[in-house]
Design a protein around this ligand. Structure first.
Ligand code: TYD
Length: 221
């Protein structure tokens, strides 16, 4: 069966994920690969509907379990409708956030029970764990500054509004995931200029393409 690649980007607010995803997509497309750029929460019609509910803060009063279940429901739809079909036809899927965001935001800083989160993850992700997860690491103070500058006058979302100490705990949690799963995860120093970061990411992706043996036949001419 023809299989593509599934690459996720994780990290705190303002780490530059979307800039890096756009740069990587351009590079890969220039090499002839089909690239699908997507994001969480969202990436499919059902998941986009849930995105509004979680990011507006409408689900916040019902507690972190409710939010975790909503993120998982959105993810299940995203996988079924977008990620798995693209992967099955040999595309390279780039997702702005995925399950590690749930582990960190709901599991660690939401204080949810580990086995609850594990069960939710297993039921949702099944075989679609990423081939590569790039964790864009930045000092939260700098990240918040960048996110604020990018947002301009528009209002911060439910998670951007939270305090610096929470963002520090999330940074640590992402780094711990990378340490626990070194084969899947690569930490990228996101404080550097975008071109430097893009070059390091392109190298890491090239290595996975080779390791997985994504063949020329799977390229789009
Ligand atoms: P978004 O505006 O997409 O931004 P960014 O990735 O640039 O921060 O916001 C998504 C927010 O949702 C972000 O604060 C992280 C949070 N989130 C979770 O709490 N759990 C999840 O499982 C996912 C995917 C995101």
């Amino acid at each position: 069966m023809t299989r593509g690649l599934f690459i996720t980007f994780e990290g705190g607010e303002g780490a530059g994920k979307s800039t890096q995803i756009a740069m990587l997509a351009t590079t890969l497309r220039a090499s002839g690969y089909e690239v699908v750029v997507t994001r969480e929460p969202g990436g499919s019609p059902g998941a986009e509907a849930i995105r509004h509910v979680v990011l507006s803060g409408a689900a916040e009063p019902f507690g972190p379990e409710m939010e975790a279940v909503l993120f998982a429901a959105a993810r299940a739809d995203h996988i079924d409708r977008t990620i798995r079909p693209a992967h099955a036809r040999g595309a390279i899927v780039l997702s702005d956030r995925f399950v590690d965001s749930s582990r960190v935001y709901q599991g660690v800083t939401g204080g949810l029970d580990h086995s609850f989160m594990e069960t939710l993850e297993r039921a949702t992700v099944e075989d679609m764990m990423p081939d590569l997860t790039l964790i864009l690491d930045i000092d939260p103070e700098e990240g918040m500054r960048r996110a604020g500058a990018r947002r301009g006058a528009s209002e911060a979302d439910r998670f951007e509004k939270e305090g610096l100490s929470l963002h520090r705990r999330r940074r640590k949690a992402f780094l711990e995931i990378a340490k626990a799963e070194p084969k899947r995860c690569k930490v990228i120093d996101a404080s550097r200029p975008a071109e430097k970061i893009a070059a390091e990411i392109a190298n890491a992706v090239e290595a996975v393409i080779e390791r997985k043996g994504l063949r020329a036949a799977e390229k789009v001419d």
